[in-house]
Design a protein around this ligand. Structure first.
Ligand SMILES: Cc1cc2nc3c(=O)[nH]c(=O)nc-3n(C[C@H](O)[C@H](O)[C@H](O)COP(=O)(O)OP(=O)(O)OC[C@H]3O[C@@H](n4cnc5c(N)ncnc54)[C@H](O)[C@@H]3O)c2cc1C
Length: 448
């Protein structure tokens, strides 16, 4: 039986069948034939999730054969495309018409189908919303029994927030309409401060005076990267080095050092090199780029230059306390286990957003903590053990995990984070798929 492994190599699934539909009729036929295509059936995009949300011992539907752009409408400012297209491919077609997506998420390899029905986050384009599904106006899908269904502002609008959180549990998304806008230039600037000196007031001022921002904490120093509109391209050569940093150099170096350094080496010792890069960009006055060029293409990244991460969202007003507390937690974990993440700690600011049932910012603005790590072959258990410890640290701090990007979360952590919304979601999933055609073991364990 063929095996499929996700991007960071942490999850391998061995389905009995891998189906590759080319059109909606073939997709319907797969869902209707449970003898030929055994349950559970999971749609798969580019398999970049860090949890087993797409894994199944039954049937994987590889959506990459369905990636046609059906319409770009510059009047309505929407694009309609098949679900298997990657965001970076969609943006290339839009760029030819001087257009772009509303939210140019960092990961260009995210498929539109996954974006429509799963958690996503971006904070350097999150002027309004930081979740891609919030810009999606219409979704069409094949139900678990093989029928066609759709939701938009005019058709079944009550289903939109549900399908936007459905993770393929209500069927397979095959067509999506998403909002677009004219191509823009954006500017990134950098402010570097000791993490201990951060206050909520500083962060509130940053949020109020910039369109959006993200933070990177290296050692005990935090880089606040802000984003605003611009009119001309300046230092745009730096955009290329940023691409290279994310899809190769950062993880490659972190892993290489970890492979050869003595066992008791603290990865924090390398913080100066990383901060030097940020200080250089700061000294150059930041840089600008076309907004869609902010997407990273990870498709050619070799396995030794890949990284893994986790993401938990926290209430905005707790962030300074949380990031400072996290550094103490990371020190204590290092003292106890000898493990520390070897890449910067990310932190995404995302505004309140009630467009999907399981939105992690439904109750208010959030600021995340995203430990990032390039695992090596030495001590393969160290990162999974850290994830368990971090999940246990995050959950009581009103943290909310993402079901595709927070590995090893438990049922109690998910139920505690989403509260009554998790019960509503679980009941809805069971009502639209009473036979469990789409329900893989991972979701079966998590549902209320
Ligand atoms: C290096 C790296 C960087 C990343 N950066 C970001 C980032 O900046 N922002 C962010 O939000 N995420 C990021 N991610 C996480 C990633 O975007 C999400 O996990 C996303 O869901 C992956 O999309 P995919 O197309 O690979 O979906 P998959 O991983 O293949 O599937 C994810 C889920 O969607 C379901 N699904 C897929 N297609 C369909 C469909 N057509 N219909 C119904 N269900 C479907 C699957 O069953 C599964 O439950 C990153 C991941 C990696 C490895």
């Amino acid at each position: 039986m063929p095996s499929l492994t996700n991007y960071d190599g942490s999850i391998t699934t061995t389905p009995q069948q891998i189906a590759r539909p080319a059109n909606v009729a073939e997709l319907q036929a797969i869902l209707k034939q449970s003898d030929k295509y055994p349950s559970p059936v999971r749609a798969m995009g580019s398999n970049h999730s860090l949890t087993p949300c797409a894994a199944t011992p039954g049937t994987v539907i590889d959506m990459r054969g369905m990636k046609k752009i059906l319409k770009i409408d510059p009047q309505a400012m929407t694009m309609t495309a098949e679900a298997g297209i990657q965001m970076i491919e969609a943006n290339k077609a839009l760029r030819d018409q001087q257009l772009q997506l509303m939210l140019n998420i960092e990961i260009g390899n995210l498929t539109l189908g996954s974006a429509a029905c799963c958690h996503t986050k971006d904070s350097l384009d999150a002027v309004e919303f930081g979740q891609v599904s919030s810009y999606i106006t219409s979704i069409k899908w094949v139900t678990p029994s093989g029928d066609l269904e759709e939701a938009s502002a005019t058709k079944n609008p009550q289903l939109l927030p549900l399908i936007k959180s459905s993770y393929g549990l209500a069927g397979v998304v095959y067509e999506v309409t998403i909002r677009i806008k004219p191509l823009e230039i954006v500017r990134f600037n950098y402010d570097i401060r000791p993490t201990a000196e951060l206050t909520q007031q500083i962060m509130d001022d940053k949020i109020a005076t910039n369109q959006c921002l993200v933070c990177w904490t290296v050692g005990r120093t935090t880089v606040i990267q802000t984003r605003n509109s611009a009119t001309t391209l300046e230092n745009d050569w730096l955009a290329g080095s940023r691409q290279f940093g994310w899809n190769f150099l950062g993880a490659f170096l972190a892993r290489a050092v970890g492979q050869i350094a003595p066992d008791d080496t603290d990865p924090a010792a390398g913080a100066g090199v990383e901060l030097g890069f940020y200080r250089l960009i700061q000294a150059l006055g930041g840089f600008t780029l076309h907004d869609s060029d902010k997407m990273i293409d990870y498709s050619r990244t070799p396995p030794n230059a890949r990284y893994a991460f986790t993401f938990w969202a926290f209430p905005r007003n707790d962030w300074v306390k949380n990031v400072q507390g996290y550094l103490d937690f990371a020190d204590a974990h290092f003292a106890q286990t000898g493990f520390r993440c070897n890449m910067p700690l990310g932190a995404y600011f995302v505004r309140k957003d009630t467009n999907s049932l399981l939105s992690y910012s439904a109750d208010g603005d959030i600021f995340s903590l995203d430990p990032i790590h390039a695992p090596g072959t030495r001590h393969p258990d160290a990162w999974p053990k850290f994830l368990d410890a971090f999940n246990a640290w995050a959950a009581p701090r009103k943290g909310i995990p993402l079901l595709n990007q927070s590995p090893q979360v438990t049922k109690a952590q998910v139920a505690g984070a989403f509260g009554a919304r998790w019960t509503t979601f679980s009941q809805w999933v069971r009502s639209v798929d009473p036979q469990g055609r789409m329900l893989n073991p991972w979701f079966a364990d998590l549902l209320a």
